[in-house]
Design a binder for this molecule. Structure first.
Ligand SMILES: Nc1ncnc2c1ncn2[C@@H]1O[C@H](COP(=O)(O)OP(=O)(O)OP(=O)(O)O)[C@@H](O)[C@H]1O
Ligand SMILES: [Mg+2]
Length: 586
């Protein structure tokens, strides 16, 4: 147990602010919460009743035989037993129901929050972490309800009620019984601390396993191409072995602790019988008392043993909720004052001395200025890493620029409502992302307002209809995860349809870098010509053949604009563009 490990689990089970924040999610289920609390209290009060009735039955109906009363007492005890069972059932079911309802709501909130984060946030936060927050951390929070607060309160209450009843019945016998309890508390404390660290280790190893398997299945082809199977397998085996060890540590702790508790409760019973039997013989204590006390002893030892577990669960829940709320408190949304809400936009774009860096002062765009008039088609070309995609990232408000201004229709894009702008600026990204769903759903993204005929019409325009028709199931063909069943060119065409179908006033295309065969290349070029026709558009091109029809071509290098003009003008200029052109065509 290193200090570092202990530190990583130092979340406080009694962080009241945090607890209140979690409990706020109970509000919609207030009635159920109250009822469950009532059940917990009721069950605590009910606990000492049965041993007391047993004692009474023994002393009053068996030792002094009264068959009639005995029958009544047995019926009463069975009745109480059934009642206890029902209360126990309600308590467990309702506490879990509450927990699951709360995390359902919380998960929706967290997911909604995540969907609104801007891209910069995802650059800095591993996907695996966010998945853990939205899935397993939230799961742990449910335990605060099912195993945590209410149950702990219930158990402490039960413990106190039982002890009080015991003292009232016979304070000397009670004192004898609780002699081993300090030892139990001491053992419990050791166990609690040990298992806390062990559980945390298990969780860490599980998340490492998750991350490793996920990443390596995604990148399996790289592993195979470079023959790294053995090395990666060794890494996997190491993590897997650490997981087993961590898990075994929790098992070890449990399997030592539980027998210790059994031994201590046996010791308590032994003390009781040793002392009690003498008292019985002396006629000070009755038989029934002894039997009742044996039952009471189990009622004290079991909750104490479980409290250790429950506190750990509560603590884990608190640590998890702290992490989840941290995501909830992150301010990384795309904002916009939303002042400008004209029904449509004309579609002029103007970059005015724009400076931008992803990190600090690492300028990716340096003083970039250009204008696109309504209906104009401009193309941006330049070496890889020149900053072309970054221009799109700013225009789509994925990132915030540092200096200068970007205007659409003469209004700063930060003054638009984010959703308003997204609807009017169509963007096709360089890396096409498809969901494992049908082609149709991938185009409409499950928007029910898009008509099927519109989709077919758009695919005809883009020139994708023919290949889609040929697929098994046509538009209902399942493209599988990330569109694995389609070629790069086909995926790009789908992404064109996706943007085109919204009939955006401005269209921004980032051409895929991957090379495609000549036929597909012609298809893509035709598609670009079609969908940018008469529309303000920015085309980021990697193949100069694509850009020759553009009204203005901008040549970029290292975040700056080198030259701009039409194809003919730039060729005449004999500058960077001409060099690029000659490299590709001559
Ligand atoms: N998310 C990011 N975080 C930090 N730096 C980034 C990020 N994305 C890009 N960069 C950096 O910004 C610079 C410009 O990248 P950009 O993607 O705009 O180039 P590009 O012109 O689109 O290149 P390509 O032709 O390869 O698509 C590069 O140096 C890159 O390393
Ligand atoms: Mg790019």
């Amino acid at each position: 147990m290193s200090d570092k490990k202990l530190k990583s689990v130092s979340g406080n089970a009694f962080d009241l602010g945090l607890l209140i924040r979690v409990l706020r999610y109970v509000k919609p289920y207030r009635a159920m919460f109250t009822f469950t609390t009532f059940m917990v209290i009721f069950s605590a009060l009910l606990a000492p009743l049965r041993p007391y009735l047993i004692q009474y039955t023994l002393d009053e109906t068996i030792i002094i035989p009264k068959p009639g009363l005995l029958k009544t007492m047995i019926l009463l005890i069975v009745g109480i037993l059934i009642l206890e069972g029902i209360v126990q059932f309600l308590q467990t079911y309702l506490a879990n129901w509450l927990g699951q309802s709360v995390i359902r709501d919380l998960r929706v909130d967290v997911y909604r929050k995540i969907t609104h984060f801007r891209l910069k946030y995802f650059d800095q936060t591993p996907i695996g972490t966010l998945v853990t927050r939205a899935v397993s951390d939230i799961e742990t929070i449910a335990d605060i309800f099912s195993d945590g607060v209410l149950i702990i309160i219930g158990e402490i209450l039960k413990l106190s009620v039982v002890l009080i009843v015991m003292f009232i019945l016979d304070w000397r016998l009670t004192l004898i019984c609780i002699i081993p309890i300090p030892v139990l508390l001491w053992a419990t404390n050791i166990f609690k601390n040990y298992i806390k660290v062990a559980f945390q280790d298990v969780r860490t190893e599980v998340s490492k396993l998750n991350a490793f398997v996920q990443e390596h299945i995604t990148g399996m082809f790289i592993v195979q191409i470079f023959n790294r199977e053995k090395q990666e397998m060794d890494k996997f085996k190491a993590i897997n072995a650490r997981h087993r060890d961590a898990h075994l540590r929790t098992v070890l702790a449990n399997s030592i602790f539980f027998p210790v508790v059994e031994i201590l409760s046996a010791a308590s019973i032994a003390l009781l019988i040793w002392w009690g039997s003498r008292e019985v013989l002396d006629g000070v204590v009755q038989y029934g008392d002894l039997v009742a006390f044996i039952l009471y002893i189990y009622m004290i030892f079991r909750p104490i043993r479980q409290l250790a577990d429950r506190f750990n669960t509560l603590q884990m829940g608190m640590v998890a909720s702290e992490r989840v709320f941290k995501v909830m408190d992150t301010e990384a949304q795309i904002t916009g004052s939303g002042k400008n809400l004209k029904p449509s936009i004309d579609g002029t774009i103007s970059f005015k001395n724009v400076w931008f860096a992803y990190n600090d002062e690492d300028w990716v765009l340096k003083d970039v200025s250009f204008d696109v008039n309504k209906g104009q088609r401009i193309a941006i070309v330049g070496a890889t890493g020149a900053g072309k995609t970054s221009i799109i990232n700013l225009l789509s408000r994925f990132y915030e620029y540092n200096k200068g201004a970007i205007e659409i229709d003469g209004t700063d894009i930060r003054d638009f409502d984010a959703a308003y702008l997204t609807r009017r600026v169509g963007i096709v990204l360089q890396d096409v992302f498809l969901f494992s769903d049908s082609i149709y759903n991938n185009i409409t993204l499950n928007n029910p307002n898009i008509d099927r005929n519109l989709v077919i019409e758009a695919s005809k325009k883009v020139g994708a209809h023919k290949f889609i028709e040929r697929l098994p199931g046509g538009y209902d063909f399942d493209v599988k995860e990330r569109g694995g069943m389609l070629s790069v060119g086909q995926r790009q065409l789908l992404s064109f349809i996706r943007a085109y179908i919204y009939n955006p006033s401005i269209l921004v295309l980032d051409e895929a870098t991957s090379s495609v065969d000549t036929e597909t290349e012609l298809l893509i070029q035709g598609a670009i010509d079609q969908i940018t026709e008469g529309r303000t558009s920015i085309i980021i091109a990697h193949r100069l053949a694509t850009v020759q029809h553009a009204d203005v071509i901008i040549v970029m290098d290292k975040g700056q604009i080198l030259e701009a003009g039409s194809h003919q003008e730039l060729l005449k200029k004999d500058g960077a563009y001409r060099k690029l052109y000659e490299l590709q065509f001559v």
